[in-house]
Design a protein around this ligand. Structure first.
Ligand code: PLP
Length: 411
């Protein structure tokens, strides 16, 4: 069994230990929800102050040129590209995952013309499925038809009518990670393309979009990338597919927006995946937040993430009082992301009671207790303390208190 002394030693030997200083973390709290909303990187305040006070406050509209606001979506996109194995010119920062999914769905159906099936996994994040349904409603089931299957049946369900396979790298409930390289190969063998949702993988582990020949991908800025609430998302389109038109063709994706031409001419390359004016405050926040990854090797991040998760699962398994708390995240390192999920019928109340004791995880309906492993700032000693807090809550039945049953609109 790992003791606090062991955990302290692991922290001392941790090659990422210095990164914790890059964040403002509230005292007296253990934050295991950086997979849902990353904490505030220290670099953000200074950058936002500069953007607000000088760029907006003083230089006003000149800042589009003078402070390169106009290039920010591509600049931030390339910066994210480095974290996800994408060569420059294939990622643009824009909109939300949902909106970007609409764009790439249309592009995917365009490059596989004649096929209609969009294949995804049961239990995929709802917005991904809703966006396909919405698209299907718009163009008709002859052009686009959503089919979902259990994850272990995905590859065999790819057929000659499959236009796109839509996979979230890491399942938001269970933490299961899918073998995206194998899925890409299977999709391509059948003439389909792969769309990946990187919401729970970007910034949490090495990702190789180009090397795995991924076709399209989307991801968000506010989870492991720490870009702040409602941070803009990003979209990746492999260079070979960038000739396609996307339907949310706004003026910012035009080849020459300031010609104000009456007809649309798509910008060359990834720039055409922009729609309207970028939210500069949010994008500047994300850009500065990404400096938290400076000099960081994502292999180190992955290794520590797995070690934190193993430590947590071991501590929970070692506590007899927690025998009813069932681990649902796979134990095979290849098959899991950067979170540890458990199930328990009183999961919601247990999470609330833990939050009241200063340990922040979250709950996902119907019964998942979810804890994000965020190696840039989480310490091993915090994991030992988290398991101990869970033990104290459950053993003392603290979660039975009615105050922990009340549900907010956001869980
Ligand atoms: C968080 C998350 C989203 C969020 O989508 P937005 O449109 O950016 O709000 C999408 N997909 C997955 C898998 C997520 O986990």
């Amino acid at each position: 069994m790992t003791t606090s002394a062991d955990a302290e030693r692991l922290d001392e030997e941790d090659p990422l230990a210095h990164c914790r200083e890059r964040f403002e973390l509230p005292a007296g709290r253990i934050y295991l929800d950086g997979n849902s909303l990353g904490p505030l990187p220290r670099a953000v305040r200074k950058r936002l102050d500069q953007v607000v006070s000088v760029e907006w406050g003083q230089d006003l509209i000149a800042s589009w040129n003078e402070h390169d606001w106009i290039d920010m979506p591509l600049r931030v996109g390339d910066r994210i590209g480095k974290l996800i194995g994408a060569a420059p010119g294939q990622v643009i920062c824009a909109d939300s995952i949902s909106v970007n999914l609409f764009k790439v769905l249309a592009a995917a159906l365009d490059v596989t013309r004649g096929r209609s099936k969009v294949l995804s996994i049961e239990g995929n994040f709802p917005t991904d499925l809703y966006m396909v349904e919405g698209f299907q409603h718009l163009v008709g089931a002859e052009q686009c038809r959503l089919e979902t299957v259990p994850h272990h049946e995905l590859i065999e369900a790819i057929d000659d009518n499959t236009a796109a396979v839509l996979v979230t790298d890491v399942d938001f409930r269970s933490g299961r990670r899918h073998d995206t390289a194998a899925i890409a190969r299977a999709a391509h063998d059948r003439g389909a393309v792969l769309i990946r949702d990187l919401a729970h993988s970007a910034g949490a582990m090495p990702i190789e979009l180009d090397a795995e020949e991924c076709d399209f991908a989307v991801g968000c800025g506010y989870k492991f990338l720490n870009g702040g609430p409602g941070s803009p998302a990003f979209v990746y389109v492999a260079e070979r597919h960038q000739h396609t038109r996307q339907p949310l063709a706004g003026w910012m994706g035009h080849a020459r927006p300031f010609d104000f031409s009456p007809s649309y001419e798509p910008a060359p390359g990834i720039a055409r995946f922009a729609s309207g004016t970028p939210g500069i405050l949010g994008m500047a926040t994300l850009e500065s937040a990404l400096t938290a990854f400076d000099g960081v090797d994502l292999d180190d991040v992955r290794q520590k993430s797995l070690a934190l998760a193993d430590l947590f699962a071991d501590c929970v398994a070692a506590a007899p009082e927690l025998s009813a708390i069932e681990l649902v995240t796979p134990t095979d390192p290849h098959c899991r992301g950067s979170q540890v999920s458990f199930s328990h019928p009183d999961g919601y109340a247990i999470v609330q009671a833990m939050i009241a004791e200063g340990v922040v995880g979250d709950f996902r309906s119907p019964d998942i207790l979810r804890f994000g492993m965020t190696p840039l700032f989480t310490r091993y000693v915090e994991i030992v303390e988290t398991a101990e807090t869970m033990r104290r809550v459950v053993a003392g039945e603290r979660h039975r208190d009615p105050e922990f049953q009340r549900r907010g609109r956001v869980t």
